[in-house]
Design a protein around this ligand. Structure first.
Ligand SMILES: Nc1ncnc2c1ncn2[C@@H]1O[C@H](COP(=O)(O)OP(=O)(O)OP(=O)(O)O)[C@@H](O)[C@H]1O
Ligand SMILES: O=C(O)c1ccc[n+]([C@@H]2O[C@H](COP(=O)([O-])O)[C@@H](O)[C@H]2O)c1
Length: 203
């Protein structure tokens, strides 16, 4: 049996998947923004076994990334989980399908940064994900335009809600999308890995 964080019918839960290699303040900003502006009861930080669009070489195990994320995200409404690893998930549509079956009545919303929406058309069965649950996107420097006008923007045009309606997103019938603007973080895991590598070289 796959273990999940606590849930109950009617709860509003954000699903925030990522590599988290390592976690950083940009991730925290997304998590807190989603909790607050969508009025979520909880946010699950889902440490992926591996983004299918990224090179898995050099990716620490999900156990290592999970441990680090658990230490990093200390918040009463944030739960870190790596259930996608025992579930042997490769693509997010599998996660969504599993959760909707396993936790009926929970109001799930998919949470992502703007760069992920800009590349969403490359995700396996992205239309099925979009038809299965609402999507909340938090702006990210460098991806504002791509998220608003990129590959999937046309498809979402009628499903897009104004930011002021973000708190209603969990109750919307999908497809439904909100693109949130506000405080942004320029941080990335790539940048942190580079910084760690140069510190190693210097010492
Ligand atoms: N600074 C940020 N602002 C907004 N969203 C972010 C930011 N950093 C990461 N995210 C979002 O967090 C989720 C997990 O991202 P991920 O763990 O790949 O971090 P990353 O910094 O993009 O990593 P990498 O640099 O290794 O690609 C994705 O939805 C991504 O869009
Ligand atoms: O399902 C897909 O095709 C797919 C393609 C790219 C990314 N994802 C998921 O998107 C989330 C963010 O990934 P990342 O690497 O940008 O942190 C994570 O849960 C990935 O598994 C999923």
């Amino acid at each position: 049996m796959i273990r999940l964080p606590p849930y109950a019918p009617g709860m509003r839960i954000g699903l925030f998947g990522g590599s988290f290699n390592p976690p950083h303040e940009g991730h925290r900003l997304v998590a807190l923004t989603a909790l607050r502006r969508a009025g979520l009861d909880a946010l699950w930080v889902m440490v992926t076994p591996g983004n299918p669009l990224k090179d898995p070489a050099q990716l620490p195990s999900s156990a290592e990334r999970f441990a680090r994320a658990k230490t990093f995200f200390r918040h009463p409404r944030i739960r870190v989980t790596d259930f996608e690893t025992p579930l042997r998930v490769r693509y997010s549509w599998q996660t969504v399908e599993f959760l909707l079956r396993r936790a009926p009545g929970v109001k799930f919303v998919w949470v992502m940064g703007a760069d992920n929406l800009a590349g969403f058309h490359r995700w396996r069965r992205w239309r099925d994900i979009a038809k299965a649950l609402p999507i909340l996107v938090v702006d990210r420097p460098g991806s504002t335009h791509g998220a608003a006008f990129g590959g999937v923007a046309g498809w979402f045009s009628r499903a897009r809600l104004p930011e002021a309606r973000a708190a209603t997103l969990c109750n919307r019938r999908p497809p439904a999308l909100v693109l949130l603007h506000g405080p942004r973080s320029p941080l990335s895991s790539t940048q942190l890995r580079r910084r760690d590598r140069s510190a190693d070289h210097a010492s």
